[in-house]
Design a protein around this ligand. Sequence first.
Ligand code: PLP
Length: 386
Amino acid sequence: MDISYIINELGEDRENYFNAVAPPIIQTSNFAFRTVADMRNRFYDEYGGYIYSKGLNPTVDILRKKLAALDGAEDCLVFNSGSSAIYASVMANVKAGDHIVSVRKPYTWAQKLFDNILPRFGVTTTYIDGTDIQNFENAIRSNTTIIYLESPNSWYFELQDLQAVSKLARSKNILTICDNSYCTPVYQKPLSMGIDISLQSATKYIGGHSDVVAGVVCGTGKMMRKIFENEMSTSGNGISPFNAWLLIRGLRTLPVRLEKVTRNTASVTRFLQDHPKVESVIFPLNEDFPQYELAKRQMQGGCGLLSFFLKVNKVEDVVTFCENLQHILMAVSWGGYESLIIPACATVQPGRYDITKKEHRMLRLYIGQEEPEYIVSDLEQALNTI
Ligand SMILES: *Cc1c(COP(=O)(O)O)cnc(C)c1O
């Protein structure tokens, strides 16, 4: 399906709403029935139509159709955060006694689910270095039911060979879930490589304006119905009509925003790599990235988020650098219009800081929509203060 058709037309039916070009926000909690029979039918199949906006809603449905098509999926569900998308997808597919194989250092709140919540219900997780398929084979047990992937992951951008992992998983009847937040379905389509569930934080590139928190899960119609009827409806964490409308608006410019960030990333990466105070840069589409060949093969692109290490001898220099940035904001998240930075030392207790540890000199940078010279000159003047 043509991406322009998906973004501009799919799911929209203007004749139903006064030929308005922008779709309406159907801001209602409930939907009325004319007959008892209609109401009864809906009670028996809430996934078949509208009854209550905690479940399905027409504005949300426009978004669902577009996001499913972008991922090449039969169906899709939209949540009020990426974390709740992860939570529902995992919870829907484990029972007491099951085992999960996860890539090491997955998204923080996925890891909390595996470490703090699931063990209470007898579900255990083994973390592996996902860069080698052999590690998956070694970690799989007779009770493994989920392989959890994030490719690339944030901070280190490690990749998994999605085709190889899904082939292995299918041969053992194990479900694969892939967090695709980094690439978005525009730059990577996990389902086309055999992955069962593709999910992403729509807070990042889909929203794109740092004003919505949301998450997307894509997969088969059967799987989406199962998640909808149980985990999604009991936790009541579906997206609101207004936030769905903001995401539809974000989607209109998704390809052009990704293009701009891709160009910016190339300029900023070159600047950082050449700077004497920068030790190294980690970006999956750099030729010196250890998995560059795999990245070229399974990703159509990737941009914005990268990590770099400062060549400094004391933590105060990292602090000075960050606090001297004039335009790049020190804030979490990414995928919006504005450039952002997180120093890894902000996650370390002051007494524990050890400058000889490379990871303590690490910074994660998100490159936004500004002009590349604007971002580079801000980095340059801050580097000059250390
Ligand atoms: C931000 C993020 C999430 C979680 O999404 P929220 O919308 O913040 O809940 C999940 N995975 C990755 C890789 C992320 O960057």
